[in-house]
Design a protein. Structure first.
Length: 278
């Protein structure tokens, strides 16, 4: 029995670990070949580790273990020329791109936010997504799919606090970008959608900076200290979801089962958005 994305090629940013790796593996399980893209470099303004080249290699090996093809590309989403070159490389190796997962993202939780913190977060989470989508759109065939990673932070009235202002702005700004882009390409039956995950069990969540945001009353809070406070964001009593939970939604949006769904963000948030309703 053919997989749900059998014969498709998916271009995924932030593929070295976290949600990006999970998406790559899940799509490969359902028949897709993968262009796995990551910067593989830390940021001075981010207090947790980025994906590494070794981790990107592991993503490629995991895809190949499923008898699918994979291309590893080290590239910076902040650079539109690098994104254009990455698509050209991926297409040269795999013949086409049918699905774009603009997933790469960072967060900075430093108590003292500088202009560079703001620039880096906005450049990756907003400009980087736009660069990825615009570089890939000319290559997508009729029926192609673009999937953007948003965040429940886009829906929260106060965002995620002062230290997360750039993150919140970026994720909120993705909503009109997705809607406008979807309208622009709908006549070609290319669809553009996004997902809004809540707390997700990756390094972006599981780090000392975010623990301090959730437990400012403690000097050095741990994962266990922060978990109950994290659970208050969701209507369902869980502190976070897993990357694989988001990947199931990405798979649906990448597949032909979503062929008439476009211009939307779907909340994968354990009911977190319900707490934002008046």
């Amino acid at each position: 029995m053919a997989g749900r994305v059998e014969g498709k090629v998916a271009f995924i940013t932030g593929a070295a670990h976290g949600q990006g790796r999970s998406h790559a593996i899940r799509l490969a399980q359902e028949g897709a070949d993968i262009v796995a893209v990551d910067l593989c470099q830390d940021y001075d303004t981010v207090g947790y580790p980025m994906g590494t080249q070794e981790e990107l290699d592991q993503t490629v090996k995991a895809v190949e273990a499923l008898d699918r093809r994979a291309v590893k590309i080290v590239a910076d989403v902040r650079d539109p020329n690098a994104m254009a070159a990455a698509f050209e490389t991926g297409i040269a190796e795999l013949g086409k791109v049918d699905v774009i997962c603009a997933n790469a993202g960072i967060a900075s939780y430093a108590a003292e936010q500088t202009r560079q913190h703001y620039i880096d977060v906005l450049n990756v989470n907003l400009v980087g997504v736009i660069n990825t989508v615009l570089a890939g759109l000319p290559h997508l065939p009729r029926g192609g799919s673009v999937i953007v990673t948003g965040s429940l932070a886009a829906l929260l009235k106060g965002g995620i606090g002062e230290s997360g202002s750039a993150y919140t702005l970026a994720k909120r700004s993705l909503v009109p970008f997705v809607q406008a882009t979807a309208a622009a390409v709908a006549k070609e039956f290319i669809r553009v959608n996004g997902v809004h995950p809540t707390n997700c069990n990756t390094d972006l969540l599981q780090n000392d900076g975010l623990y301090r945001i959730f437990r400012p009353d403690l000097e050095n809070p741990t994962r266990e200290d922060a978990a109950p406070a994290m659970a208050t964001l969701q209507q369902m009593p869980v502190p976070w979801i897993e990357p694989e939970d988001v990947s199931e939604l990405v798979l649906f949006l990448a597949s032909d089962a979503s062929k008439y769904l476009t211009g939307q963000f779907i909340n994968c948030d354990a009911g977190g958005h319900l707490k934002t309703l008046d």
